[in-house]
Write a protein that binds this ligand. Structure first.
Ligand SMILES: [Zn+2]
Length: 175
C-alpha cells in the first residue's frame, strides 16, 4: 500500500459499501440472503462504527492544492490520487439532487419495503451520495430540498470479519 501505480489504485477503487447483488433465485421465497446488509471490511469499519454511533463520515484529501472530500470512502483521493486522505465527520446536511420512487425490487428485503424513495443527495461538504429518503410524502419531494441524515438499524453480514452485528445505514429525511 505504499506504492501506487495506476493499476494498484484501480484495485483500491473496488471497495464497495454494500454487497454486490446476485440475481434473485426467483421463486419469491422470503428465505435466503438479504441485500440490505453491508459487508464491513477493515478499511470501512471506522465508517460503520461511526454510523452505529449516529455520525456520518467522509474522506478528505489533505494534499496541498486539493482538499476535496469524497464519498464513498476510498484509500486515495479520486481527484488527485493522493493517499494522504483522512476520515472526517460530515455535518449531516444535504440537499436532494435526484430521486426515484421504487415500486418493484425482487431482492429481499426490499420487496417488503416498496414503494420507497431511492435518491442521490448532495452533501453540504460536496460529495453526492446514494441513499434513501424517509419520512417524506412523495408529493413533497423537490430538487434542492434541505435534508438531514438519520440512521436506520441494520445487521452486518460479518463476512468481512472486522465488525459484525448491529450497525446503522445512513438515510435522509427533510430537515
Ligand atoms: Zn486530492
Amino acid at each position: 500500500m505504499t506504492t501506487g501505480n495506476a493499476e494498484h489504485r484501480e484495485d483500491e477503487g473496488e471497495h464497495t459499501m454494500t454487497r454486490t447483488p446476485e440475481p434473485p433465485s426467483d421463486t419469491g421465497t422470503p428465505a435466503g440472503p438479504r441485500y440490505d446488509r453491508p459487508a464491513v471490511d477493515a478499511f470501512t469499519a471506522p465508517y460503520w462504527r461511526a454510523a452505529a454511533d449516529g455520525r456520518l463520515l467522509l474522506r478528505r484529501c489533505r494534499a496541498e492544492g486539493c482538499g476535496v472530500a469524497h464519498h464513498y470512502p476510498r484509500e486515495f483521493c479520486p481527484r488527485c490520487w493522493s493517499e494522504d486522505v483522512v476520515w472526517e465527520e460530515a455535518s449531516g446536511r444535504a440537499q436532494l439532487y435526484t430521486w426515484s420512487v421504487v415500486h418493484r425490487n425482487a431482492l429481499p428485503p426490499f420487496h417488503e419495503r416498496t414503494p420507497y424513495v431511492a435518491a442521490v443527495v448532495e452533501l453540504a461538504e460536496g460529495p453526492r451520495m446514494m441513499t434513501e429518503i424517509v419520512d417524506c410524502a412523495r408529493g413533497a419531494l423537490s430538487v434542492g430540498m434541505e435534508l438531514r441524515v438519520a440512521f436506520r438499524a441494520a445487521q452486518a453480514d460479518g463476512s468481512g470479519g472486522a465488525d459484525s452485528g448491529e450497525i446503522a445505514v445512513p438515510v435522509f429525511r427533510p430537515a
